[in-house]
Design a protein around this ligand. Structure first.
Ligand code: PEP
Length: 252
């Protein structure tokens, strides 16, 4: 599958800053050739429609940083996958470690959110990864496997439905130093085996992309692109600079 490069803007840009970054990306894209890779940006919900409008002819796709699982109802403050899909959302980050860590996001919620996204035609970007202490205890493979299985067991990924799984070692996110690429490759293998145990190989090969996230920038991304099973990046900090994000996109 062609690589996917996803920019996670987190809660870092206000409305005006989101507008400026979207405009810079639209200018660079002009429009972008989407035959080589997919490009997605995930702004805050408050800037979603504005960014979408600015990027509408750019070839860059729209995502969000979280969704809820129910389509409608008395769920104050939640964002419906159905309404987001209606608004042009194509991707949703689900289970980001910052949400697991600060907002008590559980594997059970993550599972429901994945289902809610797929049921509404949104591609889930499932984030998995170990903390530093789990790594120190030698639990990395176990944690990744457990997160993938809990999120996806019972979900039948069918033809036409896509999924992205981002391996994001928690201790590396925002640190300025990416993980050793060999360790990312090992995580990719664990994730791939887990999904092969769930779904037919043909579905895994055509519909599931496994990507890396954690302090990727213009100086280090090249070390990852030849890894076995590599299918893209989830980029946080470096996606806030249009030039740096574009540098990565252009060279994959
Ligand atoms: C992220 O938050 O998903 C991420 C990868 O952040 P950063 O690139 O800043 O480490």
């Amino acid at each position: 599958m062609k690589p996917i490069i996803i920019g996670n803007w987190k809660m870092k840009l206000n409305y005006q800053q989101s507008k400026t970054l979207a405009q810079e990306l639209a200018n660079l894209a002009n429009p972008v050739d989407t035959s080589n890779n997919d490009i997605v940006v995930c702004p805050l919900h408050s800037a979603f429609l504005l960014v979408k409008e600015i990027l509408k002819d750019s070839g860059i796709k729209m995502g969000v940083q979280d969704i809820f699982w129910e389509e409608s109802g008395a769920f104050t403050g939640c964002e419906s996958p159905k309404f987001l899909a209606d608004a042009g959302c194509q991707y949703a980050i689900i289970g980001h470690s910052e949400r697991r860590q600060y907002l008590g996001e559980t594997n059970e919620w993550i599972h429901k959110k994945i289902k809610g996204a797929l049921d509404n035609g949104i591609v889930p970007i499932l984030c998995v990864g170990e903390t530093f202490s789990e790594r120190q205890q030698g639990l990395t493979d176990y944690i990744i496997l457990n997160q993938v299985i809990k999120a996806l067991s019972g979900i039948d990924l069918v033809a036409g439905e896509e999924l992205v799984i981002a391996y994001e070692p928690v201790w590396v996110i925002g640190s300025g130093r990416a993980i050793d690429p060999a360790e990312a490759e090992q995580a990719f293998r664990v994730i791939r085996q887990a999904v092969i145990d769930l779904w037919p190989l043909t579905i895994v090969e055509t519909n599931v992309r496994i990507i890396y996230g954690g302090s990727i920038d213009a100086s280090n991304f090249r070390e990852f692109i030849d890894l076995e099973y590599f299918a893209g990046f989830l980029v946080g900090g470096a996606s806030l600079s249009s030039q740096e994000f574009w540098q990565i996109i252009k060279n994959i």
